[in-house]
Design a binder for this molecule. Structure first.
Ligand code: NIG
Ligand code: FE
Length: 412
């Protein structure tokens, strides 16, 4: 037997400037706990067989015997692999034309109402076919990885027909993503109302989607789906074993937040329009508030009331919302910068919100989101002397390497 076989496959990241990881072992983290991050100066991380075996100070490192791959951490800081718990990464084409129109004054809702917006990406995604969808998703996944995302959720919702919705969910699973069924994203042109679309979607697509997806999501908004329609769709999704998520309060307070709380959904996402009542309701519930400041920035909207939510005791996570229309941004480090400059969160709160709490949204907090023994060997190495450069270096080239499952997945 070789040493490697006896000891398992090992990777030692040594001589790190710092290692930063959310403190404790519980999840989700809320209130004061959100900002509790343990920092170790002069640190190492040892992975074995895809998991973290040990972390600590270099001076306490007991040199592992046998064959060990080494990664030199000098000049670098380690944080947990980032978890992007809200993306629409499964799309074809782009919307750069609309981006230019919006720059000239058109609004997102006007473009949507005129048959552009989400529906223009639906046309492109349907047209790409199964292979095209896979190819595009793989490309987007690579972008996310380079930005430090080692775990990503992705939604369907650009098919809105049986074949393309299912192809999207298959592709997301095959690319290692966490699949969410967003059949209720928009009403496709074949249907003349949201009700008639749901009359078809719920019996014809949802049962098959439920075999592939982990959660169902719905866009609750004027011009998309109302509360009664969302309740009907989500109730059936739950009956089929899916977790529930909602796009809520993006443009108006259309009741999605209250419905999410009532149904004990896993999360309500966006919340740019959420007022005091909504903040209080989330403070008293276990439903996670997933905040997407890149989307608010991209559409020139008010930022969600992040500080109020954290101070009210709500469970807060951060994500990119990566999609071609409202947030063409795959970078969680950029989101961390926005969290600190626009949402008034601390770098520590931002880190926890895109690691432990994002993993909680995806029901993976027992093995994702921390640098601690037993967790998956997912590590981001930052090219910085202090881990807070994650947020400080606005749109900087801050990610030096990404380790996923104990292997180097990307290195610049
Ligand atoms: O989360 N608001 C609904 N869905 C997406 C945007 C999708 C798109 O514009 O293509 C969002 O912002
Ligand atoms: Fe979204």
């Amino acid at each position: 037997m070789t040493d490697a076989a006896a000891g398992g496959r090992r990777l030692l990241i040594h001589d790190l400037e710092q290692l930063a990881t959310p403190a404790g072992s519980g999840s989700p983290l809320r209130g004061r706990d959100l900002g509790a991050v343990d920092v170790v100066e002069g640190a190492y991380v040892l992975c074995r067989d895809g998991r973290i075996e040990a972390v600590g100070r270099m001076r306490d490192l007991v040199a592992p015997d046998g064959e060990v791959e080494e990664l030199d951490g000098r000049g670098l800081c380690a944080i947990p692999g980032l978890v992007d718990c809200h993306t629409h990464a499964c799309f074809a084409g782009d919307r750069v034309e609309e981006f230019a129109l919006r720059a000239a004054g058109a609004s997102y809702e006007e473009l949507h109402a005129a048959g552009g917006g989400i529906l223009s990406t639906v046309r492109a995604t349907r047209g790409a076919g199964e292979d095209g969808i896979r190819r595009e998703l793989r490309r987007h996944r690579e972008w996310m990885l380079r930005a430090g995302t080692t775990t990503f959720e992705a939604k369907s919702g650009y098919g809105l027909d049986h074949q393309t919705e299912l192809a999207s969910l298959h592709a997301i699973r095959d690319e290692g993503g966490v699949p969410t069924f967003l059949g209720a994203h928009a009403v496709p042109p074949e249907f003349d109302s949201a009700d008639s679309y749901l009359d078809w979607l719920v019996p014809e697509v949802l049962p098959d989607a439920a075999e592939l997806a982990e959660a169902a999501d719905v866009f609750v908004e004027q011009g998309a789906f109302d509360v009664d329609q969302a309740r009907r769709y989500l109730s059936e999704a739950r009956r089929r074993g899916l977790e529930l998520r909602l796009h809520a309060d993006q443009f108006t307070e259309a009741g999605g937040l209250q419905l999410g709380v009532q149904l004990r959904a896993r999360s309500v996402d966006h919340l740019e329009a959420t007022g005091e009542h909504g903040v209080r309701a989330l403070g008293e519930s276990d439903v996670c508030a997933v905040l997407l400041p890149a989307s608010a920035l991209f559409l020139d909207r008010p930022m969600p009331p992040a500080r109020q939510l954290v101070d009210a005791g709500a469970v807060v996570a951060l994500a990119t919302d990566f999609n071609p229309g409202s947030a063409f941004c795959e970078s969680l480090p950029v989101v961390a910068s926005l969290a600190c400059t626009q949402l008034h969160l601390s770098p520590a709160e931002a880190l926890t919100a895109m690691t432990v709490n994002a993993a909680h949204v995806l029901a993976r907090a027992d093995r994702k989101g921390r640098l601690a023994p037993g967790y998956d060997g997912d590590v981001v190495l930052l090219d910085a002397p202090d881990w807070r450069h994650l947020a400080y270096h606005l749109a900087g080239d801050v990610v030096a390497a990404v380790v996923q499952g104990g292997k180097t997945a990307w290195r610049r």
